[in-house]
Design a protein around this ligand. Structure first.
Ligand code: NI
Length: 193
C-alpha cells in the first residue's frame, strides 16, 4: 500500500464533479487500499479520491457501518483508527432529514475549521469493493463525515462555504503556505477529512 500525496485547494481537481466508477476491479481495490493508508497516515477520518488526484466517485472513512447503521456510540474511542474502515464507491444519498452543525476540518483545506450545517440523518447506497450494492443509515457526527466526503466527489470543499471575503483571505494565506511550507500559525485542530 502506498501513501499518496494529498491535493490541497486551490487545485482544480478539487472543484471537479468526479465521474462514477464503471467497473470495480483490481485498479479500484488498489486505490481503496492506498486511500485508506493515506487517510490513516495523515491522520484523517475520511478521504475522497479527488483529494489524491483521482476524479472518481470513491471515498473511505475511518468511521464504521455496523448492522447497516453508522452512528457514534460509547465505545467509539476507536473511530479514526484502522479498526473502523468504510469504503464507498458511487455513493448516493437516498434519504436525508434533521439538522446538525459541526466544526469541520479538511486535509485539502489546511488550517481552517468551519461550522457547517448538515443533515442529521442520511441513508446512503453505494457499491463495496467487490462491486456489490449495499445501503446504510448514518446519524449524527458519522452522517457529517459521509456528507463531507460526498461533497468532495461533487467538487465542493470547505472554502466554498466561506463568504467571498473570507474565501479570498484564506486562499491568499493558503497560496503563501503552498509557497513557503506550513508556517507557525498552524493552529487548526480537530477531526479532518
Ligand atoms: Ni475534506
Amino acid at each position: 500500500m502506498a501513501i499518496l500525496p494529498i491535493y490541497e485547494v486551490p487545485h482544480p481537481i478539487l472543484k471537479q464533479v468526479a465521474k462514477p466508477v464503471a467497473v470495480v476491479d483490481d485498479r479500484v481495490r488498489t486505490l481503496l487500499d492506498d486511500m485508506a493508508a493515506t487517510m490513516y497516515a495523515a491522520p484523517g477520518i475520511g478521504l475522497a479520491a479527488p483529494q489524491v488526484g483521482v476524479s472518481e466517485r470513491i471515498l473511505v472513512t475511518a468511521v464504521p457501518v455496523r448492522e447497516a447503521i453508522s452512528e457514534e456510540q460509547e465505545e467509539d474511542e476507536e473511530a479514526g483508527s484502522k479498526a473502523y474502515l468504510t469504503e464507498l464507491i458511487n455513493p448516493e444519498i437516498l434519504e436525508q432529514e434533521g439538522a446538525i452543525t459541526f466544526d469541520e476540518g479538511c486535509l485539502s483545506v489546511p488550517d481552517l475549521v468551519v461550522p457547517i450545517d448538515r443533515w442529521e440523518r442520511i441513508v446512503v447506497r453505494a457499491l463495496d469493493r467487490h462491486g456489490e450494492p449495499f445501503q446504510f443509515e448514518a446519524r449524527g457526527f458519522y452522517a457529517v463525515v459521509f456528507q463531507h466526503e460526498i461533497d468532495h466527489i461533487d467538487g465542493k470543499t470547505l472554502v466554498d462555504r466561506l463568504s467571498a471575503l473570507k474565501r479570498a483571505m484564506y486562499l491568499k494565506k493558503q497560496k503563501k503556505r503552498l509557497r513557503d511550507g506550513p508556517g507557525s500559525d498552524d493552529d487548526a485542530a480537530g477531526a479532518t477529512a
